[in-house]
Design a protein around this ligand. Structure first.
Ligand code: MOS
Length: 743
C-alpha cells in the first residue's frame, strides 16, 4: 500500500515548548566549545591590524618561550592543504585565510595561531608575536573603487532582471521619486562565537563545531584535507545562533583543525568577539537608488531598484538587495540592477534575509516618499500596487495571504487613526509620535534532505537526519512532524540531529530548514508506517488483514482502519507477530520541480511600527511593533512567533542600531566589540506582537510549510524609518537612523 493512504494525528500546529529547553537552562546541553577531549590544548588566533600588505616578521621565539606555549602555527609550519583554500569547487566554497602565505587581505585576518596548555598562555603567546608588516594602502568603502557588474549576486541570482520599459514608464508618470539610501555594514554577532574542538586519529577527524550545513562542511573539509568525507565526524547539536555566518565553515573553525593536526593533540579554538569582525562574513554596506513613477491614483508606472555594494578583493559575494523588487510590487516596468566595488575587507556573506533585509529598507522608504508626494495613505499605496502574480515572472503565487496580513496588522495596530501628514502626533510627555508600515516577503525555498525513520517494537521511533538547531527549534518541530508522520506521541520520538554521520538534512539557511528536513522526516516516517501496514494487512492473524485498500489512521502508536476504527492494532503487536524488532525507511525532502516551475513561492507579512522621538534630543524609541505574517502551515505557533520576534527585533537593530564603523584610512573597524557595536537590548523593545495569519499552501510541499526565519526582519526596518519620518517630518536616508541625523 502507498504511504499516502495513511492518515496521521495532530502534533503539528501545537505550541509545544522546546524539547531542549530544560537541557539548555540546566547547562546539560553541550555547545561545541563545551567538549573537552583528553589531552586537549587551547589555541588562540593572532589577527592582522592592517588591512592590506604582507607580514614581514612575527616574534615566534618570544611566543614559544612563554610558559605553556606548545606551538606557534604560521605559514612556514602550517599543515599543507590538499586543495588551495582559494579554490572554488562549488559556489558556496568561500575563499579562506588558512595561513598558506604571508599575505594580508583585510584587517582582523588570522595571521598565526598559538597553541598552549591553557587559554591564558595561548592568549599571552599570541600577544607576544608583535607582528611587523609591509603595509599597502587599503581601499575600503563604496567610493573606493570602480563599480562593475558582477556575474551573479547572492546565492547565484542574475545581476539584472526586469520587465517593461522603465524610461517610458517614467515619462508616463504623474509623480516621480528618485532617492538614494545607504545601509551600513553589519557584522554577525551570534551569542556563540565560531569555535572548534578538533581531534585527529590518523586521518580520521572528530570535530565539534557549530554549522548550519553539516554535509556541506564535511565535503569542504574532505577537499581541504584530502581525506574521504566518511572519515570526518562533525558534531553540532546546538548552535548559539548562526544567522548565515555559520552557513559555511569560516577560517577560524578550520584553523583549529589545522592546529590539532600540527600538534598531534586535540585542540580547542574559540574566535574572540572582536575577531568576529572580518573572518566570518558580514552584511555588506549598500547604496541603493530607487526611481519610482506613478499615476495620480498611486498605480506605479515605473520602478527601478539599483544597488551598489562592496565585496572583498579576493572573493565574490554581492548583497542581492534588489531581488525583493522582483517579487513584491506590481508595475508594468521594473528594473533591478546591481553593481559591486572591491575593497580590502573580509568577504561579506549571507546574513539573515540577505538582500531582502537591506533591500526592503530602500523599497519601503521610497514607497512612503511616493505616498507623501501623492498625498496617499502609505498602506493604500501598497494595496494599490498589490502583486496578484509575481511581478517579474508573471507566475501565480502558490499562496499569498498578504492582504490579510495588511488588514489584520492594521486592525490590531489602529492604523486607520493615522494622520496623513507628518509631525501631527505627540504623547503626554511631548514626544513626537509617528507610525509607519513596511511589507515583508521572503522566498519559500527548499534544499535537498534525507531522513531515516525506525519504528521500534518498544513503541518508540528513532528519527535521524543531519538537521541543525541554531536556536530556532529544530529539536522540537522535527519531533512534532515525526510524531504526526509516525502516529506516535511526541514523547515517544527519539530524535537525532546535529551530526554529520546522519542522513543529509540539507542546510539551515535561506529559511529552508524546517521545510526540507521536516519533509524528509515526514516522508521517512510515513514510509515506515506503510511498512507496518503492509505487515498487518498481509498477516491473517491481524485485525487489519486484507484491508490494504481501506486506508489507515496511524495514531497513538496504533494503526486503525479508516472505515472501521474499531479494527486496529498497535505497532508493537504488528512487529511482535511478524518477528521483527523494527521497521526502517528513508524519506526525502525536496521541492517539487513542476510546482516550482508553475508557481512563485513566497511568504509574506506586514509590519507596523510606532516610534516616539524626543524633539530636543533626537532620541528614538520603537514603542510598538505589530507584525502580521503568513508563511503557510505553522508547525509550532510558540516557536514561529519567537522567530518573528527575533526577526522584528533585528529589524529594529537594522533601522536604529547596527553600524560597523570603518576607518577609511586604515581599513579597520572602529567598533569591533559588543560594547561599541550596538544591538537592541530588552529596554529597546517595549512591545512586539506577531500575528500568525492563516494560510494554506497546497504547492510548496505536502505539509504546506514555508520558512519563517528571515521573514520577520524584512519590512520592519522600513516601517521604523517611515515612522520616524511620520513623527518628525525628517526623511533620513542613511540607515541606521541615529539621533544625530535628526538634529
Ligand atoms: Mo540564513 S542568512 O540563510 O542563515
Amino acid at each position: 500500500m502507498t504511504p499516502e493512504r495513511v492518515r496521521h494525528g495532530a502534533s503539528i500546529g501545537q505550541p509545544a515548548t522546546r524539547r531542549d529547553g530544560e537541557a539548555k537552562v540546566t547547562g546539560a546541553a553541550r555547545y561545541t566549545a563545551d567538549f573537552r577531549p583528553d589531552g586537549m590544548l587551547h589555541a588562540v588566533m593572532a589577527v592582522s591590524t592592517i588591512a592590506k600588505g604582507r607580514i614581514t616578521h612575527l616574534d615566534v621565539a618570544a611566543a614559544r618561550a612563554h610558559p605553556g606555549v606548545e606551538a606557534v602555527m604560521i605559514p612556514e609550519n602550517a599543515p599543507k592543504l590538499a586543495k588551495s583554500p582559494d579554490e572554488k569547487d562549488n559556489p558556496f566554497a568561500f575563499r579562506l585565510n588558512l595561513l598558506q602565505n604571508d599575505e594580508v587581505r583585510y584587517a582582523n585576518q588570522p595571521i598565526a595561531v598559538v597553541i598552549a596548555t591553557t587559554l591564558e598562555a595561548a592568549t599571552e603567546g599570541a600577544a607576544l608575536l608583535s607582528p611587523r608588516y609591509a603595509p599597502e594602502t587599503p581601499h575600503v568603502g563604496l567610493d573606493s573603487g570602480k563599480p562593475f557588474v558582477p556575474g551573479t549576486i547572492g546565492a547565484g541570482s542574475a545581476t539584472s532582471e526586469g520587465i517593461g520599459d522603465v524610461a517610458a514608464g517614467m515619462d508616463a508618470a504623474e509623480a516621480r521619486i528618485t532617492a538614494t539610501y545607504d545601509t551600513a555594514a553589519q557584522y554577525h554577532n551570534a551569542l556563540e562565537p565560531h569555535s572548534t574542538v578538533a581531534k585527529w586519529d590518523g586521518d580520521r577527524l572528530t570535530l565539534y563545531t557549530p554549522t548550519q550545513a553539516l554535509w556541506v562542511a564535511k565535503g569542504r573539509l574532505a577537499g581541504l584535507f584530502g581525506i574521504p568525507p566518511e572519515n570526518i565526524h562533525i558534531v553540532s547539536h546546538y548552535l548559539g545562533g548562526g544567522f548565515g555566518s555559520k552557513g559555511f565553515l569560516s577560517s577560524p573553525q578550520i584553523l583549529g583543525i589545522m592546529a590539532a593536526k600540527l600538534v598531534g593533540r586535540p585542540v580547542k579554538l574559540v574566535t574572540r568577539r572582536e575577531q568576529m569582525f572580518g573572518p566570518v562574513g558580514h552584511r555588506a554596506e549598500t547604496r541603493q537608488t530607487m526611481t519610482l513613477g506613478a499615476r495620480r491614483d498611486g498605480s506605479l508606472t515605473a520602478y527601478h531598484h539599483h544597488t551598489l555594494t562592496q565585496t572583498s578583493s579576493y572573493d565574490d559575494f554581492f548583497e542581492p538587495s534588489g531581488i525583493i523588487s522582483r517579487h513584491l510590487y506590481a508595475s508594468p516596468a521594473i528594473a533591478t540592477t546591481h553593481e559591486g566595488v572591491r575593497g580590502d575587507i573580509g568577504t561579506p556573506i549571507f546574513m539573515r534575509a540577505p538582500g531582502e533585509a537591506s533591500g526592503s529598507v530602500a523599497v519601503e522608504s521610497a514607497l512612503d516618499e511616493l505616498a507623501h508626494e501623492l498625498g496617499i495613505d502609505p498602506l493604500d499605496l501598497r494595496l494599490k500596487n498589490y502583486a496578484e502574480v509575481e511581478p517579474i515572472t508573471g507566475k501565480p503565487f502558490s499562496s499569498k495571504a498578504l492582504r490579510e496580513c495588511y488588514a489584520q496588522g492594521a486592525e490590531r495596530f489602529g492604523w486607520s487613526r493615522r494622520p496623513l501628514a507628518p509631525r501631527q502626533m505627540r504623547d503626554g510627555d511631548g514626544l513626537l509620535v509617528g507610525w509607519g508600515v513596511g511589507t515583508a516577503t521572503y522566498p519559500a525555498g527548499m534544499f535537498q534532505g534525507e531522513a531515516r525513520a525506525t519504528i521500534r517494537d518498544d513503541g518508540t521511533a528513532l528519527i535521524e537526519t543531519a538537521a541543525h538547531d541554531m536556536g530556532q527549534g529544530a529539536w522540537t518541530v522535527l519531533a512534532q512532524i515525526a510524531a504526526d508522520g509516525t502516529g506516535l506521541p511526541m514523547e515517544r520520538i527519539d530524535l537525532r540531529i546535529g551530526e554529520s554521520n546522519l542522513p543529509n538534512g540539507g542546510l539551515a539557511g535561506g529559511s529552508t530548514g524546517t521545510a526540507t528536513s521536516g519533509m524528509a522526516v515526514y516522508n521517512a516516517a510515513k514510509a515506515a508506517v506503510a511498512q507496518l501496514a503492509d505487515l498487518a494487512t498481509n498477516d491473517p492473524d491481524s485485525p487489519l488483514y486484507g484491508a490494504g485498500n481501506a486506508g489507515f489512521t496511524a495514531a497513538d502508536g496504533r494503526l486503525a482502519r479508516q472505515d472501521d476504527p474499531s479494527r486496529s492494532e498497535s505497532f508493537s503487536e504488528i512487529l511482535a507477530r511478524a518477528g521483527r524488532s523494527s521497521v526502517e525507511a528513508k524519506g526525502q525532502g525536496a521541492g517539487d520541480p513542476a510546482a516550482q516551475k508553475t508557481y512563485a513561492m513566497h511568504a509574506h507579512g506586514a509590519v507596523y511600527a510606532e516610534v516616539k522621538v524626543d524633539p530636543d534630543l533626537g532620541q528614538i524609541r520603537v514603542t510598538r511593533l505589530v507584525g502580521a505574517f503568513a508563511a503557510g502551515r505553522v508547525v509550532n505557533p510558540r516557536l514561529v512567533r519567537s522567530q518573528y520576534y527575533g526577526g522584528m527585533i533585528w529589524g529594529v537593530s537594522l533601522a536604529l542600531h547596527e553600524h560597523a564603523v570603518m576607518d577609511r584610512r586604515s581599513g579597520r573597524i572602529m567598533n569591533a566589540s559588543l560594547a561599541d557595536y550596538h544591538v537592541p537590548v530588552n529596554a529597546d523593545i517595549p512591545s512586539a506582537e506577531a500575528i500568525l495569519v492563516e494560510e494554506h499552501d497546497p504547492h510548496v510541499n505536502a505539509l504546506g510549510i514555508k520558512g519563517v526565519g528571515e521573514l520577520g526582519i524584512v519590512g520592519t526596518a522600513g516601517a521604523i524609518a517611515n515612522a520616524v519620518w511620520h513623527a518628525t517630518g525628517i526623511r533620513v536616508r542613511q540607515i541606521p537612523i541615529t539621533l544625530d541625523k535628526l538634529l
